[in-house]
Design a protein around this ligand. Structure first.
Ligand SMILES: Cc1cc2nc3c(=O)[nH]c(=O)nc-3n(C[C@H](O)[C@H](O)[C@H](O)COP(=O)(O)OP(=O)(O)OC[C@H]3O[C@@H](n4cnc5c(N)ncnc54)[C@H](O)[C@@H]3O)c2cc1C
Length: 261
C-alpha cells in the first residue's frame, strides 16, 4: 500500500473541503482498503467519515425509513424499527457477505461504490429511495449510472438514504457461494399505486425490469410471471452463470419474492 494522509473530520463540511481529485472517503473500508492494498487504487488523502455523528443512525416515520450513510449492515439487520417497517430491507442487510462485512460495511459505502452485484442498490430502486447528499437530494433512478458509477460529484458525500415504506416487499438473491454478493438479486416492492421489480447482479448496473413491474402492477400474483422469457442479450455471462441462466434466475426469484410477500 502506498503512503497517504489520513484525515478524520468531525463534520460533513470539513470532509467535503478536504476532498480532491486524489482523495477517497473511508466508511467501513470493506472495498476501499482491499483496493488500496492490492494497488488497484492510490490516494493522496483518505478522509474517514466514521467520526461524523450526523451520518449514522436510523429514523422511521409513517412513510419512510431513513438510514444514515455510515450505518452498518448489521445495525440495519438488527433494527426492530426497520424489521417492522420494511422487513425485506432488514432481511437484505442480514444476508450481506459475512459477519465481518456486516459489522464494518455501510449503506453509504455500498451505494457509492455501486458494485453491479451489490444488494442495496436494488432496494433503493424498488423502494423509490431518495439519496440525501451533502449538496442535494437524488432519486435512486438517477443515482445509479452504470458499473461502479453514480451521480455523485467529486467531494459529494452521501449523508443518508430515505426509503419509501411499501405495502409489501421481499428480496431474494442467488448468492455467490464465496462472497455472498448477488449473482442475481431481485427486490419486489408493492406500493399503493405501482409494483417495482428491481434487479441486481444480472447486468452491468442495477435496473427496474419494466415488463415484470407492469405485469405485477396490474395483477400482484406469481402466476403472471409464469412462462415469461426475459431478454438476456445485455445480461452478464461469467464463470458463475451464463446470461441465459441469469435471465431464468430473474424470473424465478421475482416469483419467489412475490410469493414471500
Ligand atoms: C467479502 C465481501 C463480501 C461482500 N458481500 C456483499 C453482499 O453479499 N452484498 C452486498 O451488497 N455487498 C457485499 N459486499 C460489499 C459490502 O457490503 C460493503 O458495503 C462495500 O464493500 C462497501 O464497503 P464500505 O461500506 O466499507 O465502504 P468503503 O469501502 O469504505 O468505501 C467504498 C467506496 O465508497 C466511497 N464512500 C464511502 N462512503 C461514502 C459516502 N458516505 N459518501 C460518498 N462516498 C462514500 C468511498 O470513497 C469508496 O470509494 C461484500 C464485501 C466483501 C469484502
Amino acid at each position: 500500500m502506498k503512503t497517504f494522509s489520513y484525515h478524520s473530520p468531525k463534520d460533513v463540511k470539513e470532509a467535503s473541503k478536504l476532498a480532491s481529485t486524489s482523495s477517497a472517503f473511508l466508511a467501513g473500508g470493506m472495498t476501499s482498503i482491499p483496493s488500496m492494498k492490492l494497488g488497484m487504487a492510490t490516494y493522496k488523502d483518505v478522509i474517514d467519515l466514521k467520526k461524523i455523528k450526523k451520518l449514522s443512525g436510523i429514523k422511521v416515520s409513517s412513510k419512510a425509513v431513513t438510514i444514515g450513510a455510515t450505518t452498518k449492515h448489521a445495525e440495519v439487520a438488527a433494527s426492530k424499527e426497520v424489521q417492522k417497517a420494511i422487513p425485506a430491507l432488514a432481511k437484505l442487510a442480514g444476508n450481506i457477505g459475512d459477519a465481518q462485512v456486516r459489522n464494518k460495511g455501510t449503506i453509504g459505502g455500498s451505494i457509492s461504490n455501486n458494485d453491479p452485484s451489490a444488494c442495496y442498490p436494488s432496494a433503493c430502486m424498488a423502494l423509490n429511495a431518495v439519496i440525501h447528499t451533502s449538496d442535494r437530494k437524488i432519486e435512486a433512478s438517477k443515482f445509479f449510472k452504470g458499473m461502479f458509477e453514480t451521480a455523485l460529484k467529486k467531494g459529494e458525500i452521501v449523508e443518508a438514504v430515505e426509503f419509501e415504506i411499501p405495502e409489501k416487499a421481499d428480496y431474494q438473491k442467488h448468492p455467490n457461494p464465496a462472497s455472498r454478493y448477488a449473482i442475481v438479486g431481485v427486490f419486489v416492492a408493492k406500493h399503493k399505486k405501482e409494483v417495482n421489480v428491481a434487479v441486481t447482479g444480472a447486468k452491468s448496473c442495477v435496473y427496474i425490469d419494466k415488463d415484470l413491474s407492469k405485469k405485477l402492477s396490474s395483477d400482484f400474483s406469481s402466476s403472471v410471471i409464469e412462462g415469461i422469457e426475459l431478454d438476456d442479450s445485455e445480461m452478464n455471462s461469467d464463470m458463475h452463470a451464463s446470461a441465459e441462466y441469469r435471465a431464468n434466475l430473474v424470473s424465478l426469484y421475482a416469483k419467489k419474492a412475490v410469493e414471500a410477500c
